[in-house]
Design a protein around this ligand. Structure first.
Ligand SMILES: [Zn+2]
Length: 158
């Protein structure tokens, strides 16, 4: 089973990266502790938090207290926790880093050319569009960065 997350206000970067890794991750910088607890319980999401007090709440069923301040180490903490718990890590399904929406793969003919810069349309055949906010992504240096991060984090995990 692939787990879902909800993250507290301190963990914006970690949330974006978990989405890029394919995890359904809710994040808002306006969630209160009460909301975090409610979402975690009602939707069966693992709460990721840097708040020691909150992480000890008796109301929580699943929570991971994040120790590190560094993004890469935070990602490692999450992956290690998943491994110990026997959860699955998505193979590649990307989620929109901005809004957590699912992405669909599109060919060049299927995108609106006003959505991407001309040189990008010229140099790419495959695009990804967020089902929710409609933002269009493509394979560029960014994709390479994501792939490298995935490798660094997941190497030695299996
Ligand atoms: Zn989106």
């Amino acid at each position: 089973m692939i787990p879902k997350f909800v993250a507290d206000v301190m963990l914006g970067s970690l949330s974006r990266w978990l989405r890029l890794f394919g995890f359904d991750t809710l994040y808002s910088n306006t969630y209160s502790d009460t909301e975090l607890l409610r979402i975690s319980r009602q939707e069966g999401r693992i709460l990721l938090t840097k708040d020691r007090q909150l992480s000890k709440s008796k109301l929580l069923m699943d929570v991971l207290f994040i120790h590190s301040e560094k993004l890469e180490d935070q990602l490692k903490e999450v992956m290690l926790y998943l491994k110990i718990r026997g959860f699955e890590i998505p193979k590649q399904t990307l989620r929109c880093p901005l809004c957590n929406g699912e992405m669909v793969t599109l060919n060049k003919e299927e995108i609106s050319l006003s959505d991407v810069p001309e040189y990008v349309a010229f140099n790419n055949e495959i695009f990804y569009q967020c089902r929710e906010c409609k933002k269009v992504y493509w394979h560029g240096s960014h994709a390479k960065k994501i792939e490298e991060m995935r490798k660094r984090i997941l190497t030695g995990m299996n």
